[in-house]
Design a binder for this molecule. Structure first.
Ligand SMILES: NC(=O)c1ccc[n+]([C@@H]2O[C@H](COP(=O)([O-])OP(=O)(O)OC[C@H]3O[C@@H](n4cnc5c(N)ncnc54)[C@H](O)[C@@H]3O)[C@@H](O)[C@H]2O)c1
Ligand SMILES: CC(C)[C@H](C(=O)O)[C@@H](O)C(=O)O
Ligand SMILES: [Mg+2]
Length: 358
């Protein structure tokens, strides 16, 4: 097949890990007879430095006219002082909104050979295989009113609004139940329905959508309990259905169960063009040192092949190469353990390319 892939490396480690994923995609395309055209675009702090805005119109056009977007990460201390509307993170929110990416899929599974990299006991984490489904274009991230305003008596008031409509909840619930059907047929819906009206509606609509999925088990859990259960007994979860902010927080927590945030990929879908990116950020503390783990991004490229292009065999080949590379003992610093071979970002990418099935 012929496909156009927008490549938005962004900031910090984004500029190191994205080239590794592109390297893998190029070899996969060559071996399987596909033509991928890679179109680079400026995004985030990098775009601010070059053209003054985090999401230039040209970048948005590149994304809209491609078949899929591969993104690294945006943000970093250099741009933290900027006014909110001009910050690198706005680019990501803009892309999600403009591309209609309301469903964010974040699979967290433990590669058995990485059990020692996790901060939790092996018997607690062994067999973890969950899918966090995060609503991505609604909730407190986008709700209005929002802002910071002066108070008459002095001081200021900062405010955001958590808001969900029936339709926004319905469509993400459908994604979760459909996904569960292809897995262990269990959805746990996360909310704070004991306190928040938006969560009360969330619970009601999810329960209603569930009526169409009698073969899938549904349970509801309060987010605070869920955060606790994730470290107490993570294996109980199959599909975790979350709103925007709860999904953001819980997926970072789920990442750490599997050894490192450098391992977790994601797919953001909903309309025509999907966006694929690791769940982690620009990791300024390790950027530019060739130590970032590129696996989350390479696995995101695999998700792109399967979700955007239905190239399941090619996606499985990348998965297989990741597993083999880990089995052979290659480890970046974040997942390193005694007796394993410590490698850098580029060397990990090279090893995964070498281990692609021919
Ligand atoms: N999708 C995105 O673009 C995205 C996501 C999260 C945060 N951010 C932005 O990134 C910047 C830094 O945020 P943060 O420090 O809170 O989160 P972060 O995810 O960048 O880093 C958190 C920790 O995880 C480590 N880490 C992250 N990715 C890693 C990798 N591939 N390999 C090894 N270790 C890795 C980092 O070194 C750091 O210690 C901020 O500007 C934030 O807004 C962007
Ligand atoms: C950088 C930020 C806007 C983003 C989010 O909160 O969605 C990030 O944390 C993520 O998880 O993709
Ligand atoms: Mg996050």
């Amino acid at each position: 097949m012929n496909a156009k892939i927008a490549v938005l490396a962004g900031d910090g480690v984004g500029r190191e890990i994205v080239p590794e994923a592109v390297k893998v995609l190029k070899v996969v395309a060559e071996r399987h007879g596909h033509t991928f055209e890679f179109i680079p675009g400026n995004v985030g702090g990098h775009a601010i430095d070059k053209v003054g805005v985090p999401l230039p119109a040209e970048t948005l056009a590149i994304a809209k006219h491609s078949d899929a977007v591969l993104l690294g990460a945006v943000g970093g201390p250099k741009w933290e002082g900027l006014e909110y509307s001009l910050r690198p993170e706005r680019a990501l929110l803009g892309l999600r909104e403009q591309l209609g990416l309301y469903a964010n899929l974040r699979p967290a599974k433990l590669y058995p050979m990485l059990a020692d990299a996790s901060t939790l006991r092996r018997d607690v984490i062994e067999g973890i295989d969950m899918l966090v489904i995060r609503e991505l274009t609604g909730g407190i991230y986008f709700g209005k009113p929002k802002g910071i305003e002066p108070l008459p008596g002095g001081g200021e008031r900062g405010f955001n609004t958590e808001v969900y409509t029936t339709e926004e909840i319905r469509r993400i619930a459908v994604v979760a139940f459909d996904a569960a059907r292809k897995r262990r047929k269990k959805v746990t819906s996360v909310d704070k329905a004991n306190v928040l009206e938006s969560s009360e509606l969330w619970r009601r609509v999810v329960t209603d959508v569930h009526r169409g999925y009698p073969d899938v088990a549904l349970s509801h859990i309060y987010v605070d309990n869920c955060a606790m259960q994730l470290v107490r007994n993570p294996r109980q979860f199959d599909v975790l259905l979350c709103n925007n902010i709860f999904g953001d927080i819980l997926s970072d927590e789920a990442a750490m169960l599997t050894g490192s945030i450098g391992m977790l990929p994601s797919a953001s879908v909903g309309a025509k063009v999907g966006l694929f990116e690791p769940i982690h950020g620009s990791a300024p503390d390790i950027a530019g040192k060739n130590i970032a783990n590129p696996i989350a991004t390479i696995a995101s490229a695999a998700m792109m092949l399967s979700y955007a292009f239905q190239l399941d065999k090619e996606a499985a080949a990348i998965e297989q190469a990741i597993v083999k590379t880990l089995e052979l003992g290659f480890r970046t610093k974040d997942i390193h353990a005694e007796g394993m071979q410590l490698v850098g970002t580029v060397e990990m990418g090279d090893a995964i390319v070498r281990n692609l099935p021919s």
